[in-house]
Write a protein that binds this ligand. Structure first.
Ligand SMILES: C[S@@+](CC[C@H](N)C(=O)[O-])C[C@H]1O[C@@H](n2cnc3c(N)ncnc32)[C@H](O)[C@@H]1O
Length: 483
């Protein structure tokens, strides 16, 4: 009798343990990261349970569980949503949707060092580079953005050259492709973080009120934007951290870490991080948290610590994967007029670029900005203001402020064809292979290719699924293979 009760209890415990998973178990089960699962809990996509299967509001340490059934249901519904989209878009070739690639692989290593609206997923780049390029060749991306092509090429032993008009995008790319002494990077990140924590604790009380903070010039700023978008304590912490950066070797890495932190510490609604509409200082009912009352961030410290660890993990993962003896270069430049050969040879030595093209081969893989869609400067305004970077909005092709009207389209066609004509001077198809990724719903590309003297050899189509936050319209992307 006693042993039957024990056996019954054991099987009850086992079935509870099967149904109610820890975050790590759920992540392994769903092929996601722990932070993906935490995100789903945080945003009420999944309920919280204790190990006995009882719903809870708050979990004590080690207690939190989530339901396997609910997780499966969530995964099934999101798959159905993707399938619906593919149908809406009449796309039958599912290979290029990469829908089944888990989030943690889509955002692997340095690809998620900093948010950037409008990047493509690394698997898409990998798919084409592995089929059309060979190790040792050169791939050029005249709209390199956050550096996805350059990172992926570096992983595959392909040399790469990127250009972008935005100083901040170039900074992100440069930080992703750089090599680091990991011990030193770790030391620098922990030390600068500890110094910022000490500064903050010494100068602010529990209520986040400023104590007798001696006014120091580096803690002052005249940016109305920063004063409006950050709580006083957050802003002083950001400015303090920034003032320390010149003391360290990996200054760009620290800037990207600080910028990532700043981005998520703006006084904005949780659900508007990608496109904040107005600064908010009061608690608010949160769309993302199903009406829960959320509060704007008042100190950067928790996020700074988290992103610091995350940054180290990501650069360390990438350092193990990147191919040896592979060059990756990035230039802040207007790709309509940039002298590619001179720029590259200036870094690599006279004749390097030509030799590579002629002896090993080179090509293009790029995704141009689209007309009137994304503002590539404004999306990182916090970084421009914080670091005093130079904005070159008026050189941005297809910039959002011009809209999508007839005049904007004409200017866009001009801009993109001029980039292609400029790059074509060095990389002449069919000897060089060219790929252009675009969501050409306005059918502008036939005219662009015509002007640039490029001929479409083949078009691949892929559905693009959920983008960030509420920007969720389904659309299809074309990948043009050109001669
Ligand atoms: C679609 S995004 C590229 C995203 C990139 N594939 C990635 O994964 O991060 C287009 C990029 O073109 C850049 N751009 C716009 N006008 C430019 C110009 N005249 N010269 C160089 N880059 C430009 C923008 O700053 C933006 O970063």
């Amino acid at each position: 009798m006693h042993s039957r009760i024990v056996a019954h209890k054991q099987s009850q415990t086992t079935s509870l343990a099967n149904e109610f998973l820890t975050i790590s178990e759920a992540a392994a089960f769903a092929g996601k990261t722990r932070s993906n699962i935490s995100y789903l809990i945080q945003y009420n996509r999944l309920n919280k349970y204790n190990p006995n299967g009882e719903r809870i509001e708050r979990a004590t340490s080690g207690e939190l569980r989530i339901s396997r059934t609910e997780l499966l249901d969530y995964l099934r519904k999101s798959q159905e949503r993707i399938n619906r989209r593919m149908k809406e878009l009449s796309i039958t070739n599912t290979e290029l949707s990469f829908a089944e690639v888990p989030e943690r692989i889509r955002t692997k290593h340095v690809h998620r060092l900093h948010p950037y609206l409008g990047k493509f997923i690394p698997q898409l780049v990998e798919y084409f580079l592995s089929r059309y390029f060979k190790a040792g060749q050169v791939v050029v991306d005249p709209f390199c953005g956050s550096g996805t092509t350059l990172v992926q090429a570096s992983e595959m032993g392909i040399n790469s050259v990127g250009m972008d008009i935005s100083e901040f995008n170039v900074l992100i790319s440069r930080v992703k492709i750089a090599s680091y002494d990991l011990k030193l990077a770790e030391k620098e990140i922990s030390e600068i973080t500890a110094r910022t924590v000490a500064f903050s604790e010494a100068n602010f009380d529990q209520e986040m009120e400023m104590l007798a903070l001696k006014e120091r010039s580096y803690l002052e700023n005249e940016s109305d934007y920063l004063n409006a978008w950050f709580a006083k304590r957050s802003l002083k912490e950001l400015l303090f951290f920034k003032s320390l950066i010149p003391e360290y070797k990996y200054q760009d890495l620290l800037k990207v870490l600080l910028s990532r932190t700043a981005r998520s510490c703006r006084l904005t609604y949780h659900y508007e991080l990608a496109n904040p509409s107005k600064p908010i200082r009061e608690p608010y009912p949160c769309y993302k948290h199903k009406g829960k009352i959320c509060r704007p961030v008042t100190s950067i410290l928790p996020r700074l610590k988290f992103y610091g660890r995350d940054t180290l993990r990501r650069i360390s993962e990438f350092s193990k994967l990147r191919a040896r003896d592979t060059t990756a270069l990035v230039f802040e430049a207007d790709s309509r007029i940039f002298d590619l050969e001179k720029g590259v040879d200036g870094v690599m030595g006279e004749g390097w670029f030509r030799r590579k093209i002629e002896e090993v081969g080179a090509g293009v893989f790029t995704s141009p900005p689209y007309v009137g869609q994304i503002d590539y400067h404004e999306q990182h305004r916090y970084a421009y203001e914080l670091f005093g970077l130079r904005r070159r909005d008026s050189f941005e092709i297809g910039r959002k402020s011009l809209g999508k009207g007839e005049k904007a389209r004409e200017e866009y066609i001009d801009g993109i064809s001029n980039v292609l004509i400029n790059v074509r001077k060095y990389l002449l198809p069919p000897k060089s292979v060219w790929f252009i990724v675009a969501n050409d719903n306005l059918s502008l590309y036939p005219k662009i290719f015509d002007r640039a003297g490029l001929v479409v050899r083949r078009v691949f189509h892929r559905p693009v699924e959920d983008r960030t936050e509420r920007d969720k319209g389904p659309y299809s992307e074309s990948i043009f293979l050109l001669d």
